[in-house]
Ligand binder design. Structure first.
Ligand code: 5RP
Length: 233
């Protein structure tokens, strides 16, 4: 089974958690896209849910499938968010933001009673940090913020190259919120909580891709079947 089929399997298991009347957060990325496709089919068959998306891409996909959409202003409390991840460890700590949606993903996850991660099991790691950590920053003061980010990373005993994210055409990637992203190539993150706090204290940093204490469960699909971390119900 290839990685895309595994992602779909994880998404299908997550769909079983959805019950009528739920307020759902919809994630972003290739795995979340499978979930939204499957949810769209259930909605077409009569399932009643209301959803909030984590990106313009997911919003467009969900609307095209006629999934009822809302906002966090109209629906500020969600029952369940289903989203992908770039890395997950055994304590359900995540790196997210490979798809540049980390800010809305974190806001939606924080507004949700439960956040269930769906992924193929290659995303399960013993230590976070092999995947570059996305750090969303405001364009104003970019170089000053970059230096502050380096200082914060150094202060927690980490280090590595900080790269401004660009699109394939070479232009700087701009997030849905109008911000830029630094990708921090750290290799390993030995103190995620300390790094999270240090980055959050920098004025030019809007948000970062360490999701700590947000995921309540993870559904990881592999060749041998599904692995569940945390509690699904
Ligand atoms: C987007 C994300 C995605 O959830 C993450 O990048 C995983 O994506 P995929 O399911 O395509 O592997 O955080 O910002």
């Amino acid at each position: 089974m290839n990685s895309d089929e595994l992602k779909k399997r994880a998404a299908a298991r997550a769909l079983e958690l959805v019950t009528p009347g739920m307020r759902l957060g919809l994630g972003t990325g290739s795995t979340a896209k499978h979930f939204v496709d499957l949810l769209g089919a259930r909605v077409a068959a009569g399932l009643d849910v209301i959803c909030v998306s984590t990106s313009q891409v997911t919003e467009a996909q969900a609307r095209a499938l006629a999934i009822p959409m809302s906002t966090l202003d109209e629906t500020p409390e969600l029952d369940l968010t289903i989203d992908g991840a770039d890395e997950v460890d055994s304590q359900l700590r995540l790196i997210k933001g490979g798809g540049a949606a980390l800010l809305r993903e974190k806001i939606v996850a924080a507004a949700s009673s439960r956040m269930v991660v769906i992924a193929d099991d290659s995303k399960l790691v013993t230590q976070l940090g092999q995947f570059p950590l996305p750090i969303e920053v405001v364009p104003f003061g970019l170089e000053a913020t970059r230096r502050a980010v380096i200082a914060a990373i150094t202060a927690v005993g980490a280090g590595g190259e900080i790269v401004l994210r660009r699109k394939p055409d070479g232009s700087v990637l701009v997030t849905d919120g109008g911000h830029y992203i630094f990708d921090a190539h750290l290799g390993t993150i030995t103190r995620p909580e300390a790094l999270s706090a240090a980055l959050a204290a920098i004025p030019g940093v809007v948000e970062h891709g360490l999701f700590l204490g947000l995921a309540t469960a993870a559904i990881l699909a592999g060749g041998g079947g599904l692995t569940i971390l945390g509690t699904l119900e």
